[in-house]
Design a protein around this ligand. Sequence first.
Ligand SMILES: Cc1ncc(COP(=O)(O)O)c(C=O)c1O
Length: 428
Amino acid sequence: MPARTLLAPIPLPVLRPGPRHRVNPLIPSAASRSGNDPIFALNAEAQRRAAAGESVVNATLGALMDDDGRLSILPSVVEALAQVPAQKAAAYAPIAGSPPFLQAVVADVFGDGPLAAQTVAAATPGGSGALTLAITNFLEPGQALLTTDFYWGPYHTMATHTGRAVETFPMFAANGGFDVAAFDAALQRQVERQGRALVFLNSPCHNPTGYSLDADEWRAVAASVRRCGERAPVTLLIDLAYARFAAAQVDWVELVQPVLDTATLLVAWSASKSFAQYGARVGAVLATHRDPEQRQRIQAAFSFACRGTWSNCNHLGQLAITGLLADPAQRARADLDRARLIALLDERVTAWNREAQKAGLRYPRYEGGFFVTVFCDDAEAAAARAREDGVFVVPVRGDGRSALRVALCSTSVAAVPRVVAALQRAVG
Ligand SMILES: Cc1ncc(COP(=O)(O)O)c(C=O)c1O
């Protein structure tokens, strides 16, 4: 039979919507969701204009790119992933995560210090999964988590998607530092009103501002949580998504220990940025509590929530990351690979601080991390003006304050002066 006959298209019936198709099948709360993440929409526009031949700087996406615009990866991690035996990787991981993986993550955060022995953990799809488990297990539906007024947008998506909400406090005091007084007042109000509180704190290298708490600020936060914990169940979650890229390694573990006298400490751990494996979806939630019985309850609640949300996580990723954390030789290689990425980013941070200070841009103390934000009056208008110059940044909003988020992680060092010049014009 000639090939042409085989390839002839089969006519399909035309399916047109009828009157019943006009009835919205979604429940009301899901009926008017904005499906498009605004950052991904800006990224798409930047890519479209670049493909059309325009010279653009795309400083929108939170992934670390080499100076030639390709995603940075760690060769040691790629090798570790390739070396996991196929039969092991293909099997289901235990529901709460592979025990050696969890042990390695706990040791990564707490070393062999006393907190490691008081910690339970569950594997999650990236740090995002850890945040979701915190929201659904430590807040009642209708209650709000508390975080800084500038915060990573998906906190709100995760909270509202699960019937919770987000409340904020002004992140920066008049002196430019972390507003510990505003934090303390907001936490007290929440404890009074809700009878419990869950705090999300993303430090070091906060997204979107780039800010890292200093030792005094950690101390003040811990003292406030400890005090409020005397009145109601208070949980402090530290979101460590970017921690490996911090310049000054403040010993936050030591500084937050007082919270354990009265409260629960959670950590959202992620391999996305620290091992440059954004797509592997490897993460964990850690819960530290002084009481063994409460720890057991938390562990059971996490396992139940894992089963009820995603069943179990990527086994291949957990197995590979376990080796990279726990095997001294593999860990040393990954640290070396990562040091190259940190140096790449640090070069951009130095260039940014030099140029942005010269240009008189207003931004928080910035010593390292994927992002920095420039304060301005009208972020949407300023971002649109920057786009006219081919520079793509993300408008963000705090309580009565707006800013432009600049992803230095995806901006080459050579492009930093152009970005600064465009922002100077845009916010001016
Ligand atoms: C502040 C913050 N927390 C957590 C995450 C979680 O990332 P992932 O789920 O990829 O680990 C991100 C990712 O961009 C982030 O910016």
